[in-house]
Design a protein around this ligand. Structure first.
Ligand code: TYM
Length: 333
């Protein structure tokens, strides 16, 4: 059976190493598989759940598309498009919001984290955001959704929504419950400044993350300044439970070398962090620097990026508008 892949990334600026290792690197590999159709979405409707500057948003939409291409996704063989270009997403989100239950959404931990202490002031969109995400996926009958670990709960919700819709309207398997594709290890890259916090676009300190547009000097500097501890490199995986920064850096190293955490521990056991950091910098430069340069190059040709998105919108719309019509028929519209 051929696989249908769907995933999305928010165009909110500062795409970082977490987005890359947790998701985009996986997109690239899947996009090269035979018998796999991939759709990668710049989820601009999700971005506006938090206020955006319109000019910056426009740039960030292009930059996210540029990041996909610079990382190795071929826009001719895969669909790359922005969500707001395909009306079925917003329409589907409304319909599915009448299927999803408040109790289900109340359990979403990402809303609690993002809304913080002042939930009364969060937008309704921020609350119902996982329903839009479910619409994204279900409109394309996606079989697999590659994401980082922080999206796991949203994918479970998507499966619940699909099942309830199918049960409520007695349409077995009409909405397809997708399988999450979450890497076993390193699916949650942490901040370079605090190993207990996720690496994030919204963290104020730029030193907490490696941005995919960072240049060589920035990468070197950030790894140099990355938090460690005073002990030598760990020699046993059990030590990592309390040494979160060491665990994160070793995780990044392992992910970049496609090796297991245990293997990386063995390579550096008892050595100084400085020696390890040198190797890590080398790896990061060889993987991220070419992407960073390519993003900057692509951003100079705005019309090329706009064309990729427009072509993608056309192709995506053909699929999504058919599905939404079938959904409406089932509802009795
Ligand atoms: P977003 O834009 O926050 O993140 C994009 C992808 O990057 C992953 N990610 C991480 N992985 C590992 N470590 C980290 N520190 C890290 N930070 C981010 C995310 O898990 C994600 O895979 N709701 C989604 C976008 C979305 C979507 C969809 C995804 C909208 N519709 C449909 C899949 C299918 C989001 O906000 O991702």
């Amino acid at each position: 059976m051929s696989k249908k892949i769907f995933s999305g990334v928010q165009p909110t600026g500062n795409l970082h190493l977490g987005n890359y290792l947790g998701a985009i690197k996986n997109f690239v590999e899947l996009s090269k598989e035979i018998d796999t159709n991939c759709i990668f979405c710049v989820v601009d409707l999700h971005a506006i759940t938090i206020k955006q500057d319109p000019k910056e948003l426009k740039n960030n939409i292009r930059e996210t598309a540029a990041t996909f291409v610079a990382s190795g996704i071929d826009p001719k063989k895969n669909i790359i498009f922005n969500q707001s270009g395909v009306p079925a997403h917003a329409e589907g989100a409304w319909i599915l919001s009448c299927i999803a239950r408040m109790g289900w959404l109340n359990r979403m931990t990402q809303f609690k984290e993002k809304a913080g202490n002042d939930k009364e002031k969060a937008s309704i969109g921020l609350y119902s955001y996982p329903v839009l995400m479910a619409a994204d996926i279900l409109l394309y009958d996606a079989t697999h959704v590659p994401v980082g670990d922080d999206q796991r709960q949203h994918l479970e919700l998507c499966r619940d929504i699909a099942q309830k819709f199918n049960n409520d309207f007695n349409v077995k398997n009409f909405l397809r419950a997708p399988e999450p594709l979450i890497q076993k290890e390193f699916s949650r890259i942490m901040s370079l400044k605090d190993g207990s916090k996720k690496m994030s676009k919204s963290e104020i300190s730029d030193l907490s993350r490696i941005n995919l547009t960072d240049d060589k000097d920035q990468i070197i500097n950030k790894i140099k300044k990355a938090k460690t501890d005073t002990m030598p490199m760990p020699s046993d995986a059990n030590e990592l439970k309390k040494r979160l920064e060491a665990k994160n850096l070793l995780g990044i190293y392992s992910s970049l070398t496609n090796s297991s955490l245990q293997n990386s521990i063995e390579v550096f056991a008892g050595k100084n962090f400085s020696e390890f950091k040198e190797k890590l910098v080398e790896l990061l430069l060889s993987e991220i620097d070419p992407i960073s340069k390519e993003i900057k190059k692509l951003l100079q040709d705005k019309s090329y990026l706009d064309k990729i998105l427009l072509d993608g919108v056309e192709k995506a719309d053909l699929i999504a508008s058919k599905k939404i019509e079938s959904i409406k028929k089932i509802l009795g519209f």
